[in-house]
Design a protein around this ligand. Structure first.
Ligand code: HXC
Length: 260
């Protein structure tokens, strides 16, 4: 296990899993510019690293992240905030090719909830709470909350969360399909790791093209999406992993995938 320390995040690896832990405990992991820059740099480094197959993004037991840093934002004007272009960082996170599992405990609010929704699979502790409280401070979600939450939990529930600012519990988030799995607080990170290990055994190239095809749903009509999926399916027949995976099945042995 290797640990690198940034100012606002902790980065480590465990076998083929890359782990990023948000680490501004005094402000409940509020997402300031510096943290977001470190985060995207770490995620892109894992994305380029052939020995990493799955990424886990997590926070502390008390907070995944309580949102964008309100202190940093409070004096911005329309022009100053636009020129800072903070969402360029978020666009880079959206382009990470490897699967990202969010392991969430405590507060996942505002930008924290939006960051969770940028991940691909969400494991929560029983103490997690999710919400878009921006309305309480006179703004609205800005990092995709109105779009992603609505697609995940539907218009009426999204409206309720975004217009009242009220958070929901992990159990509610699970019932709404926002969260894949809820585990006791002592176990949620292990549950995320178990999922990561399972996915890490698959063909990395197939995992990559599968993630890409699923995400395509959000940008396209069904017929364009089906074409896209088909193209990725055909492409996989150029990989050694496809040959190995299908041969292993026929030879009744486990497959060994290399990502080629
Ligand atoms: C800056 C924050 C913060 C935030 C908490 N803190 N959230 N600082 N930005 N988003 C700081 C507090 O000021 C406090 O600092 C310390 O963290 C502990 O927080 P408390 O409020 O004392 O804790 P508690 O009473 O347990 O309440 C927790 C909480 C509350 C319910 C999560 O902190 C809260 O409501 N936070 C703001 C949530 C929010 O509105 N998020 C959306 C932000 S807008 P001190 O120095 O007093 O100890 C957003 C837009 C996204 O995310 C746009 C795209 C990026």
């Amino acid at each position: 296990m290797m640990t690198l320390t940034n100012q606002n995040i902790l980065v480590e690896t465990d076998d083929q899993i890359g782990i990023v832990k948000l680490n501004r405990p005094k402000v409940l992991n509020a997402l300031n510019h510096e943290l977001m820059d470190e985060l995207v740099t770490a995620l892109e480094a894992f994305d380029r690293n052939d020995s990493i197959r799955v990424i886990i993004l997590t926070g502390s037991e008390r907070a995944f992240a309580a949102g964008a840093d309100i202190k940093e934002m409070s004096d911005e004007t329309t022009v100053s905030i636009m020129l800072k272009d903070r969402f360029a960082t978020w666009d880079r996170i959206r382009n990470i090719k490897k699967p990202i599992i969010a392991a969430v405990s405590g507060f996942a609010l505002g930008g924290g909830c939006e960051l969770v929704m940028n991940c691909d699979i969400i494991v929560a502790s029983e103490t997690a709470q999710f919400g878009q409280p921006e309305i309480n401070i006179g703004v609205i979600p800005g990092a995709g909350g109105t779009q992603r939450l609505t697609r995940v939990i539907g218009k009426h529930k999204a409206m309720e969360l975004i217009l009242t600012g009220r958070p929901i519990t992990a159990a509610e988030a699970h019932a709404l399909g926002l969260v894949n799995k809820v585990a006791p607080v002592e176990l949620y990170f292990d549950a995320a790791k178990e999922l990561a290990r399972e996915i890490a055994k698959k063909s990395p190239i197939a995992v990559r093209l599968a993630k890409e095809a699923v995400l395509k749903t959000f940008d396209t009509s069904i017929s364009e999406g089906l074409q896209f999926e088909r193209k990725n399916f055909y492409m996989l027949f150029a990989s050694e992993d496809q040959k190995e995976g299908m041969r292993a099945f026929l030879e009744k042995r486990p497959a060994s995938f290399t990502g080629r």
